[in-house]
Design a protein around this ligand. Sequence first.
Ligand code: KG4
Ligand code: ZN
Length: 332
Amino acid sequence: MTYILGIETSCDETAAAIVKNGRDIVSSRIHSQSVHALYGGVVPDLSSREHVKLIDLIVNQTLEEAGLAVNEIDGVAVNNGPGLVLSLMPGVMFAKGLAMSSGKPLISIDHIESHIYAIELSNENTEYPMIVLVASGGHTTLFEVDVEFNMRVLGSTLDDAAGEAYDKCGKMLGFDYPAGPRIDSESDSNTDFADFPVSRLEGYDFSYSGIKTAVMYYLRDKDNETIRENRNSIAASIQKAINDQLIDRISKAVKNRDAENIGIAGGVAANSDLRERLARYAEISNIKLFMPAKALCTDNAAGTAGLAYRKYLTGEFDDMSMEVYTQLKRNK
Ligand code: KG4
Ligand code: ZN
């Protein structure tokens, strides 16, 4: 039995998890920082302080929930970029300290790859190669992933991430940060109420700056009462436009590359409309869709601990000189 403890502090979630043999989540704790709602977005300095304050407690609760002592853990894994440097720092420092004091190997994990690994944790029989969309607050990238978890980037956002578009458009509608889940729950079925632009760039890149501007002008021309009365339909129209682009990129990749398997990951993968529409698309197109459980879409440490098992088996360890990486370190 191999138990890996994972730590995630790349943005505004302080999270820890223990995963057995890269597959079974023994325990998982996620603290979502609420302080940022006041500012309409993540404030890196505040996020860092919260992580420093809570990481010890969250890790201890995770160990307690698993009924394991530190010396029963086989490795300490940490998400080390991409992310906010001030947020990553406390997690990386804590992981180093724990690895050093316990004598366990330190394993750094790419945050995007940990999101993708959530697909593995939620599905028994994943199949590759898989076209995988990672859509979160900081990233929107389409990958082709092979069975060894090598990733090839097909396209990325040229400006805002899909989650960022949800948050910014939602904020204009009066929803607190993060607005994505609110748009999800508040949207009604009137998706054609407003017509927002859907970018369809050549290749597989994404662009979300257009919808942000369109929503801004749309709302500027309406009085507050009209907006209040139709908020659920405006939310539905925003959601449709954001998801249209995601689905367009995925289906284009499926068609051009003759793909048989698709997956989604990252916070936006929790979106109910996206999940339902993709499920319908997969059924009609006779392809397989693999999604993480909703709780494993947003930032968590289970994907971190799970993926680290692979590196544990191959002895791919880090040492105390490990730096904090804010960008992709992917060299595959
Ligand atoms: O993956 P994540 O937790 O953090 C990053 O790595 O960025 O993603 C957070 C993003 C936020 O922008 C949030 O609004 C969005 O994911 N999100 C959603 C939903 N749940 C989270 N967007 C749409 N629908 C949801 N249900
Ligand atoms: Zn993330």
